[in-house]
Design a protein around this ligand. Structure first.
Ligand code: CAA
Length: 285
């Protein structure tokens, strides 16, 4: 029988983790945000606070509502605080060894019936599940940036998941106000498989001198009706993430459309990561 979700843990408070913690807290769950790096913990708290401030500034949330949401979130550096959580979402960097080590720890700490979810964009959920003693309770919950705004959650089911887990997690996504789609455990799932080929292609067009950054962005925004052009979107996602996801997709599929455009590697090496570093294809105040 599907359980009630009242308490959630989020591990990793980068852009995605902070956004996901906000989503759970807004839906009324008690949230524990875990971040081992004290600097990253403060940045995550700041990200969340700014997001709620923006909502208050736009009249979408009252001051009292903001205080209630913040009151439901506890920040800590200790995984032990997740012992009672109904669901834990992992949002740490996309490095398989880190994820496997974390899930082995979560397996020790969390209740046996807790849902252990990964927000991975491109790594195999099955391999993450296999590091635990309860692969049947491990699932992908892939949110999109900015997490409080984007409606979709890809629910990634594996061949070792319990019957009914995908439906239970889809229901949780609906409780969070999201639209779930259930997808198989294949690199990039649906959105990134299609989106990253397009973004990578935009970088190639730039390298080929077909048009400038601002013109390609304007073309896709105003000509194809997208909310933002490909370079603005890569800056939002983070060029390090774009590069990594392309690389994983290319390794997995050997499809040249995913072979990262050289300019992406060059920009990552130079530290031009997009909004989070203040400069990517565009500059940010
Ligand atoms: N955090 C929280 N809320 C935010 C936000 C953020 N970072 N950025 C914008 N918002 C909110 C605003 O407060 C505003 O809310 P209200 O309507 O309630 O007032 C709303 O979003 C719209 O924002 P703006 O009016 O400032 O700007 P906009 O209309 O240009 O929308 C956008 C901004 C939502 C980011 C829009 O441009 C968009 O949808 N862009 C595409 C984003 C996208 O494709 N994301 C997926 C990336 S792929 C990915 O994430 C997967 C992966 O694994 C790599």
């Amino acid at each position: 029988m599907a359980r009630a979700f009242r308490t959630a843990g989020v591990v990793g408070l980068g852009t995605m983790g902070a956004g996901i913690a906000e989503v759970f807290a807004r839906a009324g769950l008690e949230v524990t945000g875990v971040e081992v790096d004290p600097g990253a913990l403060e940045r995550g708290r700041g990200h969340l606070t700014r997001s709620l401030d923006r909502a208050v500034g736009r009249g979408r949330l009252t001051e009292a509502g903001r205080a209630e949401i913040m009151g439901r979130i506890t920040f800590t550096d200790s995984l032990a605080a997740l012992a009672g959580a109904d669901v834990v979402v992992e949002a740490i960097p996309e490095v398989m060894d880190y994820k496997r080590a974390l899930f082995a720890d979560l397996d020790r700490v969390c209740r046996p019936d807790a849902v252990l979810a990964t927000n991975t964009s491109s790594l195999p959920v099955t391999a993450i599940a296999a590091t635990t003693s309860r692969p049947g309770r491990v699932v992908g919950m892939h949110f999109f940036n900015p997490a409080p705004v984007m409606r979709l959650v890809e629910v990634v089911h594996t061949m070792v998941a319990e019957d009914g887990l995908a439906a239970e997690v889809a229901e949780l996504a609906r409780l969070l106000g999201k639209t779930p789609v259930t997808v198989g455990d294949r690199a990039g799932f649906v959105v990134n498989r299609l989106l990253l080929a397009y973004l990578n292609h935009a970088a190639t067009l730039l390298e080929q001198g077909v048009a400038a950054v601002g013109d390609i962005d304007a073309a896709m925004r105003d000509g194809a009706g997208l909310p933002m052009g490909p370079f603005a979107l890569m800056d939002l996602i983070g060029l390090d993430v774009v590069y990594e996801v392309c690389e994983v997709l290319f390794q997995e599929t050997r499809d040249r459309r995913h072979a990262p455009a050289p300019i992406l590697r060059e920009m990552v090496t130079a530290g031009l990561l997009g909004r989070k570093s203040g400069r990517g294809f565009h500059a940010y105040g």
